[in-house]
Write a protein that binds this ligand. Structure first.
Ligand code: NAD
Length: 251
């Protein structure tokens, strides 16, 4: 399928997990892609890696200009780079709060404002932010991370309103637990990784983790002209975790 031929996409955090699956799917669908990541050494052939730290404004501006120059413009921005944090509100100190909000929230503002000029020149402009079920459901021991993703949801809506009359659509995806290197790292740190994985799977009504490829499909849909009337939405890719209330199995 090459329905996105001629389009140019920038994917932050595109060297791993959801971002990498998204970048690959864009290429499969015919788009040109630049991956902006702080670690581009392992970016596979076929994807243009540009080193970028979304918590550093100068790095973002440089990387966006390099990417736009190489791609001949930017039609699509996927703000996907993010970091995790665990604990209750008691557990993270000020430095940790500032670090996580700086990447997960201010990072989106930095990259978006650097890309906006290019998006305004596109007739198929779209932004997709990677939010999380943590924005819409109360999860234990995720106070800081949830606050950051709640801000991403609100920012998505505000950006959608600000830019709709310029022809720029803005949406987000809300995944539940996705089987990515990030989650694998969390499992490795757990006391009992097998029990922890089982607990995460059970939390999702489908009984399994979401795949990065499934989230990528949702992101690419929202970014594509097929979603031309979709803006200001949060698309859950969560195995039913947000919306369904099941009775215990067998009852
Ligand atoms: P991942 O760790 O596999 O990939 C994240 C990528 O972001 C990495 O390549 C990393 O180098 C990059 N990155 C981190 N900080 C950066 C920075 N300052 N500048 C540039 N790049 C940076 O993680 P993932 O699971 O694919 O997560 C991607 C996004 O999805 C994140 O925003 C995360 O919050 C969100 N998310 C993940 C899950 C999940 O269960 N995995 C669920 C919901 C939402």
């Amino acid at each position: 399928m090459s329905d996105l031929a001629g389009m140019s996409a920038v994917v932050t955090g595109g060297a791993s997990g959801i971002g990498l699956a998204t970048a690959r799917l864009f290429v499969e669908r015919g788009a040109w892609v630049a991956v902006l990541d702080r670690d581009v050494d392992a970016v596979p052939d076929g994807l243009r890696g540009v080193r970028c730290d979304v918590s550093d404004d100068a790095s973002v501006r440089r990387a966006v200009d390099v990417a736009a120059g190489a791609l001949g413009g930017v039609d699509v921005l996927v703000n996907n780079a993010g970091v995790g944090a665990s604990g209750t509100v008691q557990d993270n100190d000020d430095a940790e709060w500032h670090r996580v909000l700086d990447v997960n929230v201010v990072g989106i503002a930095r990259v978006s404002r650097a890309v906006l000029g290019y998006l305004r020149r596109s007739d198929r402009a779209a932004v997709v932010n990677t939010c999380s079920i943590a924005a819409t459901a109360g999860l234990t021991r995720r106070a800081l991370y949830s606050a950051s993703k709640g801000a991403v949801l609100a920012l998505t809506l505000a950006m959608a309103a600000d830019h709709v009359r310029e022809g720029i659509r803005v949406n987000c995806v809300n995944p539940a637990t996705v089987d990515t290197p990030w989650v694998q790292r969390l499992l490795n740190d757990a006391e009992d990784p097998v029990a922890e994985r089982a607990a995460l799977q059970e939390r999702q009504p489908t009984g399994r983790l979401v795949t990065a490829a499934e989230v990528a499909q949702a992101i690419v849909y929202l970014a594509s002209p097929a979603a031309g009337s979709v803006t200001g939405t949060a698309l859950a890719v969560d195995g039913g975790m947000q919306g369904l209330r099941l009775r215990p199995a067998g009852t």
